[in-house]
Design a protein around this ligand. Structure first.
Ligand SMILES: *Cc1c(COP(=O)(O)O)cnc(C)c1O
Length: 305
């Protein structure tokens, strides 16, 4: 039994009319724990439990930490999530509500993560937010569901943070014989670690994250994402925070689902009908979701940008 659900795959009347293309949405915002993360995290947690893990440790105060908390509760395995002092009350309470122990440690993620690593023993498994082949294998189920539904897109649009979702979708395309389908990898300015890596053909680390799309805030993408993106038909595009927030707000009006700006980055590609969509007629957007934004917060961001 998997911990994720087979999410709705719907044609968007509004986005199709707006772009003159067939736009399809894979609604992973509707996953338990609010994002696609449970696909990979669920598989990783189940696998580590089978291998003997009796505790899961995470250092993500975002959707990955929440997915680990959810998975642990479903599997009856205790979870510890170490987060930095900057983590919002909202995030901490969502994680605690899944029964996980939340430990606040350090000024930034670097210190929180170091503390999380120090808690590991032979009985516990560390669940990485994006860099683990088990995660990619789990995320690949998204493509399996699209294929099983009988839809063959000619472009897939998704958001990139550390690149776990990208690696998962590429793995899913490969196992369905679809490796020739291009992927448009979207980031926000200030969190554009993949775009800069591809432009310079080097595995760059950003000096800092300067975007409100915190779920995209990996200073360096995982090596697999960097390497696969050069080998496979992956295009990259970057939008500013304002475009990501406005896409999330327009999506809330059109489809009545709230997503983070991190997901708004992918939606912005279609709301702005970017040139990078090129000749694609049947576009699939991965609506990756995220619990870190309310409608009021999106409006506040829009007004402050
Ligand atoms: C984690 C996350 C991303 C980025 O995923 P990566 O696997 O880190 O590239 C994008 N959007 C949301 C909502 C997320 O939670």
């Amino acid at each position: 039994m998997s911990l994720h659900i087979n999410t709705p795959l719907i044609a968007s009347t509004s986005l199709s009319a707006r772009t003159g293309r067939e736009v399809w949405l894979k609604l992973d915002a509707l996953q338990p724990a609010g994002s696609f993360k449970i696909r990979g995290v669920g598989l990783a947690c189940q696998t580590y439990q089978e291998r003997g893990a009796r505790r899961f440790v995470s250092s993500s105060g975002g959707n990955a930490g929440l997915a680990v908390a959810y998975a642990g509760r479903q599997l009856g395995v205790p979870v510890t999530v170490v987060v930095p002092q900057t983590t919002t009350e909202r995030a901490k309470s969502l994680i605690a509500a899944e029964g996980a122990q939340v430990q606040v440690h350090g000024a930034s993620w670097v210190e929180a993560n170091a503390h999380a690593q120090s808690l590991l023993d032979a009985q516990s498994a560390f669940i990485h937010p994006f860099d683990d082949p088990l995660l990619w294998q789990g995320h690949a189920s998204l493509v399996d569901e699209v294929a099983a539904a009988g839809l063959q897109p000619d472009l897939i649009v998704l958001s990139v943070g550390g690149g776990g979702l990208l690696c998962g979708v590429l793995a899913g395309l490969a196992r369905n014989g679809w490796s020739d389908i291009p992927v448009l990898a979207m980031e926000t300015m200030g969190a554009d670690s993949l775009a800069q890596a591809l432009a310079t053909r080097s595995h760059v680390t950003l000096p800092a994250i300067r975007s409100i799309a915190t779920s995209l805030g990996a200073r360096q993408v995982c090596r697999q994402a960097f390497e696969q993106s050069q080998r496979l038909p992956v295009r990259s595009a970057v939008v500013d925070d304002r475009a990501a927030v406005e896409a999330a707000l327009a999506f809330a009006d059109d489809h009545r689902v709230i997503v983070e700006p991190a997901c708004g980055a992918a939606l912005a590609a279609v709301y702005q009908n970017l040139a990078a969509l090129e000749a694609a007629q049947r576009v699939l957007v991965v609506v990756c979701g995220g619990v870190g934004a309310s409608h009021a917060q999106l409006v506040a961001w829009q007004q402050s940008l």
